[in-house]
Design a protein around this ligand. Sequence first.
Ligand code: ARG
Ligand code: ZN
Length: 871
Amino acid sequence: MRTETPPLIRLEEYRPSDYLIDRVDLDIRLDPHAARIDATLALRPNPAGVAGAPLNLDGDDLRLVSAALDGAPLSPDAYTVSPAGLSLLTPPRQPFSLRLVTEIDPTANTKLMGLYRSNGVYCTQCEADGFRRITYFLDRPDVMAVYTTRIEADRTEAPVLLGNGNRIEAGPVGADRHFAVWHDPHPKPAYLFALVGGRLGKVETQFTTAEGRAVTCAVYVEPGKESRADYALDAVIRSMQWDETAFGRAYDLDVFNVVAVSDFNMGAMENKGLNIFNDKYVLASPETATDGDYAAIEAIIAHEYFHNWSGNRVTCRDWFQLCLKEGLTVFRDQEFSSDMRSRPVHRIAEVRSLRARQFPEDAGPLRHPVRPRAYAEINNFYTATVYDKGAEIVRMLRTLIGAPAFRAGMDRYFADNDGRAATVEDFLAAFTAVTGRDLTDFARWYERPGTPRLSVTGRYDPQAARYTLRLAQSLPGEGGQDGAPLVIPVALGLVGSAGPLEAATSAQVREGVFVLDRSEAEIVFGGVTEEPVPSVLRDFSAPVRLDLALTDAQRMRLLAQDSDPFNRWQAAQDVALRLILKPDAGRMEAFAEALGRFLDGEALADPAFAALVLALPSEGEAADALPADVDPDAIHQARVALRADLGRSLRPRLERIDAALAPVPGAPYSPDAASAGRRALRNAALDLIAAGDPAAGAAWAAERLAGATNMTDRLAALATLALIPGETREAALADFAARYADEPLVLDKWFAIQAQIPEAGTLERITRLQDHPAFTLTNPNRVRALIGSFAFGNPTQFARPDGAGFACVARTVAALDPTNPQVAARLLTAFGSWRRLEKSRSAKAAEMLNGIKAIRGLSRDTADILARTLE
Ligand code: ARG
Ligand code: ZN
């Protein structure tokens, strides 16, 4: 007996709801084990639905206490009810009110969906379908209502009571309890509902919008950690300001609250006026957070805030349109971070993460279109494809129509769809409206899974001073046949021996962009006075795999001479990747020389960029570049060898960099991009030196660790040391654990570093760490730090030839599935590339996957990932 493959919900089967809900009045009494939800729904038949149809309300794990229709108790034969739903068999043909009282146990809610308790704080997560775990409802995003929520709780247990919208009333209830009433005037789908009740400290400030609205912004955290919320609060204010200038979007309530909770399935949630966050993406101090943490906090605060327009004011008609809010909002937060930091450096970071997470997803069994056509469990579609490839589509659209038209189209989109539940078609229609451009062909990006290949070859004719580029795209469609071509904006240029050839032009290239909308095309450049090196896909203008055969010397010319920082970085990556896949001493030496010249010339002028140039392609990227039969050990060894060679060749330069970037003693830490860039380069230099000379590296890293004055430097030194077996490492790890014994988020970094050690002993270490007092399966951050880092960040040990690494992850998935299926299913996606491994390893992976399949009563989340992974 095994779990069945769960049934599919299909986009083509969408139809409007038969009923609408205009108003929701909630009276919620918080209690650790018996929270009572008294909900009054103002319903009416939807003119667009089927007249007289039964009313089927969604439920999940609910207990109905009482039900009344227009004030009178429902007679037993008028409805059916179960924990999973409530149906009114013959609802009134006119507007009616339904009052439902349910009772739930927030403490027993380990799925962290619906109303639950995190460290004693009551909080909610309703996206995608958690509201049905609070009360029976039409839990679909195209049903939008105005909510008024009264929250009542014990005064000592929950002195802070927060809801969506503005607080309109508050006061005592008897001696021990109190209440607050929150009203949100903006109609919203149930997935944006939220409440919080608990003992919380806060930091707050005022912001006045461009429209003159005074907004109180606050960030709530565990009492005592208020000072760690300052950076998040500052990011809120900067986000509000930026959305006004960059997109003309102002905030629309009198309060904006952010609450940090420690048990959270994802990163954060954009509930209207009450964003709830994984505390990992709120809390920061120099002593506990790295530069990377600060950047992530800034980005996620911005992301959730930007959802207020792209997601909340304009929401999604159905969950197939998830990219409509997520892809667009990722694009918006990327633009924000680019404006706050270095645009080229940020672009490189975006592409690295796209290649690390989305490309493998798009190449494996879990691949799906940016707008999926069917799903069994929507929570499994909060993916890199929907988010990050979704953002790339928006970026391509802007490249195609130009920034001014893009802004006009966005204005049009918000104007036409404000207060509505929209579709991808509505989004594209806004841009067609302002440009007159037909975007039907472009829209194929939303429908076609897989990463297209772009093959480019060049030919130089010195007599005619002409250079011809031939471009061809391919993306096998369904059944392996080539589908219709995609519209691919290809930013490009030609680079000569002394820099970009400005005189070389082609009528087919506008503002540096050629639009490839056929399978093949030729671009002819005139006025080309020397043989150029083509710089193609500048700024990564489209999410494709580029095949362009250049020599190392040509690539090194791009690194040295190109005007496009992305392609300069890419050139070094390409040479390094080839050296990992096919080691060669002579080419390695030439590469080291070129890197040396680069470092001498400009490392100190732009340290953040230089640090990225020094960061070689990851083992995952190397695996992704191979057609099949991936042997993670071979990749690992080749990469280690290359790093060791580079570390030795570049050592004098790296030491100069280290000295030049040493912090001024006593200077305060600042998380700004320039300071972070200096730390990144200095730490990258140390790491590379250690790769070439482990003994010296260990001593140096230990010294660095002892003298570190912030978490960025401390953790970088620890990560360097973690790769060098020995006493020094173990002592440093023990010391770190003792120092941060009371800091769960810092211990997560400690778990993660150890889980990624590429040594046979790591599995044993993980077994030990699972018994560490700070580790628990009930907290998603802990699971991700220890087991997630192992599964996603330790390719050699996860894919050990004996299958023990797979087994460890499979055991965790099985243990977690009954209590938190979302996190279990996410962990299981680590097996996504199993078929590409060499035979003995893929056989072990299959064995483990089939072992999970044999488990009775798997959650829909896990069963869905499993079925698709094995497909
Ligand atoms: N909308 C949230 C975000 O912007 C993600 C919430 C997903 N949660 C879930 N349980 N599926 O990123
Ligand atoms: Zn989002």
